[in-house]
Each structure stands twice: as C-alpha cells, then as structure tokens.
Unconditional design. Structure first.
Length: 92
C-alpha cells in the first residue's frame, strides 16, 4: 500500500464516521419518531372508533321507532276523520 492510498483511506474513514454515520443516525431518528407518531394516531383512532360504535348501539331501535310513528300516524288520521265527522254533525 502506498502512502497516498493510506491517506485516502484515512480521509474516507473520517468522512464515513464524521459525516455519513451521524447523518444516517439523524435520519433514522426522524423516521422512528414519525413511526411513533403514526402509532399514537392509530391508537387515538382506535380509541375513538370504539367510542363511536358504543354510540351506535341504539340505532336498531330506530327501526322500531319508525314503525311506531307510522302506526301512530295512521291512528291520527282516523282520529282526525272521526273528529271531523263529529264536528260536521254538530254544525248541521
């Protein structure tokens, strides 16, 4: 090995340890912090998603409510017709 190749090897190792290695560690730290942030967002979404499903439990009862309103509406029409007949009979 010649002196020039040794010097270039030392320069290459210094660049590797002083520039490349810290840059790789810095970038890896940024990537890992973003991954941790995504994990926190995923946990938050899961927690609130479960909360939403708990609020959806009464939704099937809405079908019963709809049917009862239809039945009450029909009864109301019959009641209105009967009252109209009574009032029409009184007016004459």
């Amino acid at each position: 090995m010649t002196a020039a190749s040794v010097v270039w090897s030392v320069i290459g190792l210094l660049v590797l340890f002083l520039v490349v290695a810290p840059l790789v560690v810095f970038l890896a730290q940024r990537v890992l912090s973003r991954i941790a942030e995504i994990g926190r967002y995923a946990d938050d979404i899961l927690e609130h998603g479960v909360g939403i499903t708990a609020n959806l439990d009464p939704v099937p009862a809405l079908i019963d409510t709809r049917d009862l309103v239809k039945e009450a509406g029909g009864g109301l029409l019959r009641y209105g017709a009967a009252v109209e007949k009574l009032l029409a009979g009184r007016a004459s």
